[in-house]
Design a binder for this molecule. Structure first.
Ligand code: NAD
Length: 428
């Protein structure tokens, strides 16, 4: 008996952390609420198209290496597919499939006219030179060229890719189609048709959704004690904007550890230190904490904005917050989420609270197509409009279906995709 449970414990843990399985479980729960029939469930779960490509590249040392690239286009039902490209040594087809489906639901939650996609190349960008990265990006782009385009599928940056990667992708596409088709990709440099406000968009969205959730839960919209995990594009910018909105950032972390000040951190100073030293370690004006200590601090709002699977069955009972706003994708496992609900701690789910990025990507695509560019104020005003409306759509759905915000966000999203699918009918 004892040896059996000892053996099954790690297996159980691995099951809890399986991203693909977790995404499927969320889908099924929402589909049950919508009483979707089996056939439609299968259509909604099955990616429209999956492309796997071989990417031969001559390395700097003269050797020829072949990398593997994926592009999974989950859905075109509501518009062109949309989703990032990830360069990471652990990328695999199951992960890309799950992320592509999540993009479909994320675009539908905020009601922007896109489907969902995701791409990936199995490589470690930190081990590649700029020339090698450019060669991989251009060959990958030319291999998926037939299935992308402003009306087909519009990629964007993700883990391991950035503005430069998008500029190479856009240029490769432009060379092939013989036109400067800037709308083929978002997350580009502003000089190349990028949008003002895109860099801050996801963090700004986290700040806006936090404000709406505080109002909804009758908590003050200033002066809350907030713990943020992750100090990158989402966590760092989100924490600064939350501080500027009048909250106290008790703690923020990066992959090396966390810092803490019970009087509240000066996020402008912290981010200046981070940009100079590349890590928070050694920040002189705060106390150092471990990752666990930071995540388990007593606070009013917890914002996990680093990586997936951070709140799990192994630590959920030590989380001491009143509200969770998910900046990262998948920071809470479904099992931990269930436990948080039992404990009365609401979570604003990732597909809503980090949708600011894809919303401004949509604005970038619109601006590129019009060749008319908006001011940052205009971008921020429209972003606020979309996120406030979407937050209330999710709250209304939660009330109608007597469920939590996460399930409600999936019900809303899947319901929107299914309704368009039924209107369009099945092409045979
Ligand atoms: P990033 O690479 O800019 O930052 C990630 C941060 O997390 C870094 O500070 C890193 O040091 C930190 N980190 C890594 N491991 C950690 C750990 N164990 N504990 C604490 N901190 C840790 O990435 P990002 O763009 O900020 O993305 C963060 C998350 O948000 C990811 O899940 C990403 O998929 C999601 N997301 C990002 C965007 C966007 O527009 N950037 C949009 C939607 C979702």
């Amino acid at each position: 008996m004892a040896s059996n449970s000892a053996k099954s414990a790690p297996k159980k843990e691995a099951e809890e952390l399986n991203f693909f399985k977790n995404a499927s479980a969320l889908f099924e729960k929402a589909a049950d609420h919508l009483t979707l029939e089996a056939g439609v469930r299968t259509v909604m779960k099955t990616p429209d198209r999956e492309v796997t490509v071989a990417i031969p590249v001559v390395r700097d040392n003269g050797k020829l290496d072949v990398f593997t690239g994926y592009r999974v286009q989950h859905s075109f039902v509501r518009g062109p597919a949309k989703g990032g490209i990830r360069y990471d040594r652990h990328v695999n087809l199951d992960e890309v499939r799950a992320l592509a489906a999540l993009m479909t639901w994320k675009c539908a939650v905020v009601d922007i006219p896109f489907g969902g996609a995701k791409g990936g190349v199995v490589c470690d960008p930190r081990e590649l030179s700029q020339r090698e990265l450019e060669a991989i990006t251009r060959r990958y782009t030319s291999s998926i060229l037939d299935v992308i385009g402003p009306d087909r599928d519009v990629p964007a940056p993700d883990v391991g890719t950035n503005e430069q990667t998008m500029a190479w992708l856009m240029d490769t596409y432009a060379m092939h189609v013989r036109s400067a088709s800037t709308a083929v990709v978002t997350g580009k440099p502003i000089a190349l048709g990028g949008s003002r406000g895109r860099t801050e968009a996801t963090g700004r969205g986290v700040m806006l959704v936090t404000r709406e959730a505080l109002k909804r839960h009758k908590m003050a919209t200033k002066g809350q004690r907030i713990v943020v995990q992750g100090s990158g594009n989402v966590g760092g910018i989100g924490a600064r904007l939350l501080m500027e909105a009048g909250h106290k950032i008790l703690s923020i972390s990066d992959m090396y550890g966390a810092i803490y000040d019970k009087k509240g951190l000066d996020m402008v100073d912290v981010l200046a230190y981070l940009s100079k030293h590349k890590k928070l370690t050694g920040y002189p004006k705060a106390e150092a904490l471990s990752h666990e200590e930071a995540l388990e601090l007593e606070c009013d709002v917890l914002v996990p904005a680093a990586i997936e699977n951070q709140i799990t069955l192994s630590n959920v009972d030590r989380i001491k917050t009143k509200l969770i706003v998910e900046g990262a994708n998948g920071p809470t496992t479904p099992q931990a989420h269930k436990r948080l609900e039992e404990r009365g701690i609401p979570s604003v789910p990732d597909i809503l609270s980090n949708a600011g990025g894809v919303t401004v990507s949509y604005f970038e695509w619109v601006q590129d197509r019009q060749q008319y560019f908006w001011s940052e104020e205009e971008v921020n005003r429209r972003l606020e409009e979309v996120l406030v409306r979407s937050f209330h759509d999710v709250v209304d759905t939660a009330q109608t279906h007597k469920t939590d915000y996460r399930t409600a966000a999936f019900i809303l999203a899947i319901g929107r995709v299914v309704s368009v699918y039924r209107m369009r009918g099945i092409f045979a």
